[in-house]
Design a protein around this ligand. Sequence first.
Ligand SMILES: [Zn+2]
Ligand SMILES: [Zn+2]
Ligand SMILES: [Zn+2]
Length: 124
Amino acid sequence: MCKHIKNAQVSIRTACCHRWVDCVECHNEIADHPLLKTAELTLICKKCRKAFRKNLTDEIDESDEYCPHCDNHYVIPAVTEADVERKRAEKELEKRRAAFDIRYVKEEDLLFTEDMEDVTSRLG
Ligand SMILES: [Zn+2]
Ligand SMILES: [Zn+2]
Ligand SMILES: [Zn+2]
């Protein structure tokens, strides 16, 4: 599991050291050399676990964004650690806002910092 891209749909076989990686950063962490870039990529779909090739010099159309075996859409915006962190911060902010609104939470709820879900479900 790649810790840089949280929603990676494919693994890429590197041309330089024949490792399966989820992203360039994963490669750079384990390898002692820069990634060799190639026009032809060998990919493995994480959903159906089947390998397929992709030539970047070919003209790319929309169907190229899908796994040829299971139609898994793998060209998607990457979700990174920063995105996850931002979401967490947003949730935290939301929780604090709710805590300041006395119509929202009872006083005893303020003593425990719980997930918004818990608080809202208890309020019905
Ligand atoms: Zn390498
Ligand atoms: Zn990675
Ligand atoms: Zn697939």
